[in-house]
Write a protein that binds this ligand. Structure first.
Ligand code: 1GP
Length: 230
């Protein structure tokens, strides 16, 4: 299950947060399809390396979602490159990426990278504040974003990011209806199996983050969505 197209459920671990060995083992052996290492603040080479090494004790695939240049290290199965499409700041579309390519482009294996067309929708999230994302998008807007991502940008992944709050299912459904080949990933505020199931009606992949740190048992239950659709 190294390929993102096979992922139905993933846990996202924040390298800036603490997790004990037993909890990490339960997550890695839960049957989830992958662990994504990623966060917004205080992501450093040291804490990314530490978390990667600990996840590497298990066979679960491990991907790094890149948030800054300093913390990109070799050794992950996959690298996810977000481009925040509803930010008015071009720096978050391609500016950071161009800087990265100027520095490291000559030594990259491009096969290991997947670009994610990000749509950030929780106005109170750190990532929304950082990128000044337009979080007021309607269902109609999102349908157009879907068309843009799939038919013009031709990105393999569209990531709806409600980080920290549970999103609007109806909006996700509208976005999904514009997508055929682009994979739809949903993350944000999932705190129960029922919520995971609800979003999984439309999303191809569900990301579970924060609840890991406040209620591990509930987080682990969300893995049960796997196999619930074709
Ligand atoms: C965050 O999309 C993920 O990047 C998951 O969101 O932390 O709210 O579960 P939560």
């Amino acid at each position: 299950m190294y390929e993102i197209n096979d992922w139905q459920h993933v846990f996202k671990l924040d390298p800036a947060k603490t997790i004990d060995d037993e909890s990490l083992q339960r997550l890695c052996e839960s049957g989830t399809d992958a662990i994504i290492v990623g966060g917004t603040d205080d992501v450093t080479m040291d804490n990314v390396l530490d978390l990667m090494a600990r996840v590497r004790r298990y066979t679960v695939p491990c991907a790094l979602e890149i948030s800054n240049l300093e913390s990109v290290i070799p050794g992950f199965d996959r690298y996810l490159v977000p481009t925040v499409l509803n930010s008015p700041n071009v720096q978050f579309h391609n500016g950071l990426l161009i800087e990265a390519l100027k520095a490291y482009g000559h030594m990259l294996n491009f096969e290991e990278f997947t670009m994610e067309g990000y749509i950030v929708l929780n106005p109170d999230s750190k990532v929304a504040k950082l990128t000044a994302a337009d979080t007021t998008l309607s269902g109609e807007d999102l349908y157009a974003y879907g068309q843009m991502i799939e038919h013009f940008y031709r990105l393999p992944v569209c990531y709806v990011e409600y980080s920290g709050t549970y999103g609007e299912v109806k909006k996700l459904a509208e976005l999904k209806s514009a997508l055929e080949n682009t994979r739809l990933i949903y993350g944000g505020g999932i705190e129960s199996l029922a919520q995971a199931e609800e979003m999984f009606q439309y999303a191809d992949t569900i990301v579970v983050g924060n609840i890991i740190y406040s209620d591990l048992k509930k987080a682990l239950e969300t893995v049960k969505i796997k196999g619930k659709k074709g």
